[in-house]
Ligand binder design. Structure first.
Ligand SMILES: O=P(O)(O)OC[C@H]1O[C@](O)(CO)[C@@H](O)[C@@H]1O
Length: 253
């Protein structure tokens, strides 16, 4: 059990290192299943993947993708839905067939059935080869809020006030931020063959410090990653600012 820690000078280098890992994965396995995330942190990675596709022609024609989460009540045309985000920021810039890209359906009439369908879908695709993650300030991964059991499959979650406040920057007002979301569960994430978690900026420093402390508890969802055999954390200096310099190299506890 070891988290591998990669320190980068800044956001751009963090994004480039993560994009390189994804590009290598796709070259090694052209029909790879990529688990994708949304949010601000991963935007630079998507820009790098788009640039690489344009300049070097890396092909995603056979790649399949599954996203971590989606807001309940927002459809694909809603500018704040994660489906819309993925189309805008990544899929429109690659040669990936849109029908091979999957995001939970936040408008499903039966949300519990949608969660079960999503779990089955991931299995039918053969599981996730590489899962990209951001981290919330309260330690959430996907939308798995503190207290979520590590055994959880894809499920509907009530968003924590801190998460709604953090994401309010994308909405006209806090009141417009959805109260519920569908998210892959911790167990779903842990079934991925490889996990890459990104963190940038001082506002993630506490989250990363707590993750690297190594205490494994559902109160800090990201700590479940200590139970996975192949996790790489790519974090910039600012996100590592609470970690003593001598502990920044090599494997985390
Ligand atoms: O990258 P950000 O915007 O800080 O978000 C961190 C995490 O929080 C979420 O946006 C959910 O709130 C995840 O999708 C993301 O990985």
């Amino acid at each position: 059990m070891a988290l591998q820690l990669l320190e980068t000078a800044d956001y751009t280098e963090m994004s480039r290192r993560a994009a390189d890992i994804i590009i290598k994965q796709v070259k090694e396995k052209p029909n790879a299943v990529l688990g994708l995330a949304t949010g601000s942190t991963v935007l630079g990675v998507y820009r790098q993947l788009a640039a690489d596709h344009r300049q070097h022609g890396t092909s995603y024609r056979l790649v399949r993708t599954v996203n971590l989460d989606e807001y309940v009540g927002l459809g694909p045309d809603h500018p704040n839905s994660y489906r819309y985000y993925m189309n805008q920021h990544l899929f429109a810039h690659l040669d990936i067939p849109l029908h091979e890209t999957h995001v939970p359906d936040g408008l499903a009439a039966d949300l519990d059935e949608e969660c079960r369908r999503y779990e089955r879908l991931i299995d039918e695709l053969g599981g996730i080869d590489l899962q990209l993650l951001g981290i919330g300030r309260n330690g959430h991964i996907g939308f798995n809020e503190p207290g979520t059991p590590f055994s959880s499959p894809t499920h509907v979650v009530k968003l924590a006030p801190l998460t709604r406040e953090a994401n309010a920057r994308f909405f006209p007002s806090l009141d417009d931020v959805p109260r519920y979301a569908i998210t892959m569960g911790i167990a779903t994430i842990l079934r991925s063959r490889r996990i890459v978690l990104l963190a940038s900026g001082e506002e993630k420093a506490e989250a990363i410090a707590r993750l690297l402390e190594g205490v494994v508890t559902p109160d800090w969802p990201a700590s479940a990653l200590h139970l996975h055999p192949d996790v790489t954390i790519i974090a910039d200096c600012a996100a590592l600012s609470l970690i003593p310099k001598e502990k920044r190299k090599g494997d985390a506890p």
